[in-house]
Design a protein around this ligand. Structure first.
Ligand SMILES: Cc1cc2nc3c(=O)[nH]c(=O)nc-3n(C[C@H](O)[C@H](O)[C@H](O)COP(=O)(O)O)c2cc1C
Length: 208
């Protein structure tokens, strides 16, 4: 069967939060949360800041694994410290992976996106890769940051009329940030929901 990332809910042009596993030259495994942009059915794009083990390993090995998981502990551990070896299978996939796909690097390009809050030039590498194998262990959808922001924004919206002016300003700032992120990485349904929340806030007279 042809590889198509839509089988795990990945839409073209959208970004998903995954755990990328790599190995170094000595075969030591590494895991890190990384955003994966779905560029086509079987093509993805990563942007990884210099200085990470993940980037070094991808440059040296030219291959990596993208693990789809909803396990917050694995995201937390692999962000703050090293994920212990007993979280990995022999083939360097994660034991908790609901699905995973193996990738081979097509190109590595120095880049910095102007919309990013991190402006320093030459700090990141954009990695275009081909998906060469997709394994679905259970029915799953890749994690997208948009939905959480929609729920948070709706929850704040219901409290707007009950809070102080100071708290309202805090909620508005949170909404602005939520809207920025959802517009950048969210699914079309999340973007639509945020648009409606924005309309509602505007109709209440808030300046956005
Ligand atoms: C949800 C999430 C997404 C992330 N996405 C990226 C990313 O796309 N690019 C990047 O350079 N770092 C990203 N990071 C930060 C790296 O995971 C972090 O720097 C990590 O410590 C790198 O680990 P490593 O040195 O083992 O590769 C992300 C972190 C989180 C929590």
């Amino acid at each position: 069967m042809e590889i198509n990332l839509s089988q795990i809910g990945m839409e073209q042009g959208r970004q998903y939060e995954t755990i990328i596993t790599t190995v170094d030259e000595k075969g030591n495994p590494n895991a890190a949360p990384i955003g994966v942009i779905c560029a086509a059915d079987n093509i993805i794009i990563l942007r990884i800041f210099k200085g990470s083990h993940t980037l070094d390993n991808i440059i040296s090995q030219r291959e990596f694994i993208v693990n789809i998981t909803h396990d917050p502990e694995v995201f937390q551990i692999s962000t703050i410290r090293n994920l212990p070896e007993d979280y990995f299978n022999e083939d360097n996939t994660l034991k908790c992976a609901e699905a995973y796909f193996k990738c081979e690097v097509i190109s590595l390009t120095e880049a910095v996106k102007q919309s990013d809050p991190i402006k320093k030039k030459d700090e990141a590498i954009v990695i275009k890769s081909k998906v060469v194998d997709l394994v679905i262990n259970e029915n799953t959808q890749a994690v997208n940051r948009g939905f959480g922001y929609v729920i948070e924004s709706l929850s704040n919206l219901t409290r707007f009329d009950m809070v102080s002016t100071e708290q309202k300003e805090l909620y508005l700032n949170r909404f602005r940030e939520a809207n920025r992120v959802v517009t950048k990485v969210g699914r079309k349904e999340d973007i639509k929901a945020m648009r409606e929340i924005k309309k509602e806030l505007k109709s209440k007279g808030y300046d956005l």
